[in-house]
Design a protein around this ligand. Structure first.
Ligand code: PMT
Length: 411
């Protein structure tokens, strides 16, 4: 059980879904987790402290100014105790307070005081869920790494129908116990199989200028490449990440170099490739660039309804690196929407690579700009399927396969 002996701090805010929380506590306990509960004032109107105390086996915390509670496990101690802080139900009001760092009750104070990962299970009226303010607050929390569970859609207590229902207790527990959550938020001790190796990774899209104010690009978010960089670092490698423009935090301990165009990416890669043991090309590099980039902004012309642009081929970074005299071990990616493995195998041979990860990008659930992916890893001898999973988990699995192939190659 992924949650066995983990300390789950459950924060209950005041919505009708709070009536489900005794069951939620029971389901967490069934995984082997230790559970403590903190409630807002309004939550106590929907579910009794006594019931939660009975099912959790621990005193329920509710106010900052409770001498007994502070004499027992004080609020800072409680914040430190938690391995994960799950706010369920998370009302629109509590979500807004969490987004803006308010600390006017025990629940929100604990959210600021804890280092534990925070997960929220939103529950509110469908119109409140769809309100721009709520969606902005959710975006703020997600950008800080808060894990969102639901909401689901259906008939609501107020009679409305739509998104806003808190997910069922079992779904919340499964989300927290999932490999996706635990591998991202709990320290997973992997053997440092890449220790002593230098790994260079390209990630994200490239941006090709059309004039000083316009450009073309693609939907790559950089998530897969950044997940690989983070995983390679965790596995002991010394990592250089060459990244196109993305909206992601620089991975800790990774030498990250930001570039714009394919030519920039090639220049940086070639200037740093010496001494690299492994080169992973995960970037979605633009295949073409404008032949002549105008110096000034292109203006609409009277009487002309269209615009014709002439493009030329960009350099192929991966192929260039793989064709060096003493190339690093190369892993390419192949993003395809049809005949995925056939095209990937063709690229493996044509670009003279050691391995390629075939990436079916025909579904919006996987691949470009999604948190999840699935890959078929192809070498000259075999092919291995990595089932759909979070990009973080897949990155670790892919690097384990790469390490085996790298060692064989070096023999
Ligand atoms: O960034 P995310 O949103 O997380 O999405 C991840 C991803 C879908 C972008 C990633 O998993 C992926 O598949 N990356 C490769 C995308 C791609 O451009 O594939 P391709 O088939 O066009 O290129 C084949 C290989 O050559 C790739 O390794 C690519 O990095 C490399 N290439 C391509 C063109 C070029 N000019 N230079 C290159 O190095």
């Amino acid at each position: 059980m992924q949650l066995d002996q983990k300390n789950v701090l459950l924060g209950i805010s005041g919505g009708i879904a709070a009536y489900k929380t005794p069951d939620l506590v029971r389901k967490f306990k069934a995984t082997g987790a230790n559970v403590r509960v903190v409630m807002t004032d309004s939550a106590t109107e929907f579910v009794s402290k006594l019931a939660l105390q009975a099912v959790s086996g621990n005193k329920v915390s509710h106010t900052m100014l409770d001498e007994d509670a502070e004499a027992g496990m004080g609020h800072i101690e409680l914040a430190r105790w938690a391995d994960v802080f799950v706010v369920a139900p998370a009302t629109a009001n509590t979500i807004a307070k969490l987004a803006y760092g308010l600390a006017d009750d025990l629940l929100t104070t604990l959210a600021l005081a804890t280092k534990a990962p925070i997960a929220i299970a939103p529950a509110m009226n469908q119109q409140m869920w769809a309100a721009p303010a709520t969606l902005t607050n959710i975006d703020i929390l997600k950008s800080r790494g808060v894990f969102q569970i639901g909401p689901g859609a259906g008939e609501q207590a107020c009679g409305d129908v739509g998104y806003g229902r808190m997910l069922e207790p079992i779904e919340i527990v499964e989300a927290i116990a999932s490999k996706e959550f635990t591998s991202t938020y709990f320290e997973v001790n992997e053997a440092p199989i890449l220790s002593g190796l230098n790994v260079m990774i390209t990630a994200g899209p490239t941006r090709e200028a059309l004039d000083p104010v316009r450009y073309i690009t693609n939907h790559s978010s950089g998530k897969m490449g950044y997940a690989l960089a983070t995983a390679a670092k965790k596995l002991g490698a010394s990592v250089t990440l060459v990244s196109g423009p993305v909206n992601l935090k620089q991975p800790d301990g990774v030498n990250t170099i930001q570039i714009q165009s394919a030519q920039d990416m090639l220049d940086v890669c070639l200037s740093k490739v010496e001494g690299q043991d492994i080169f992973i090309a995960c970037a979605a590099v633009a295949d073409f660039r404008l032949s002549d980039i105008p110096q000034h902004k292109v203006k609409k012309k009277e009487g002309e309804d269209g615009l014709t642009l002439t493009f030329e081929k960009n350099p192929d970074i991966l192929k260039t690196v793989a064709s060096l005299d003493n190339p690093p071990f190369t892993l390419g990616f192949a993003a395809e929407t049809q005949d995925v493995e056939k095209y990937a195998t063709d690229k493996l041979t044509r670009k003279k690579l050691n391995m390629i990860a075939a990436n079916d990008v025909s579904s919006s659930e996987l691949g470009f700009n999604s948190d999840r992916n699935a890959l078929t890893v192809i070498t000259h001898e075999k092919s291995v399927k990595l089932a759909p999973d979070s990009k973080d988990s897949l990155a670790v699995e892919l690097l384990k396969l790469l390490e085996q192939e790298y060692r064989l190659h070096k023999q």
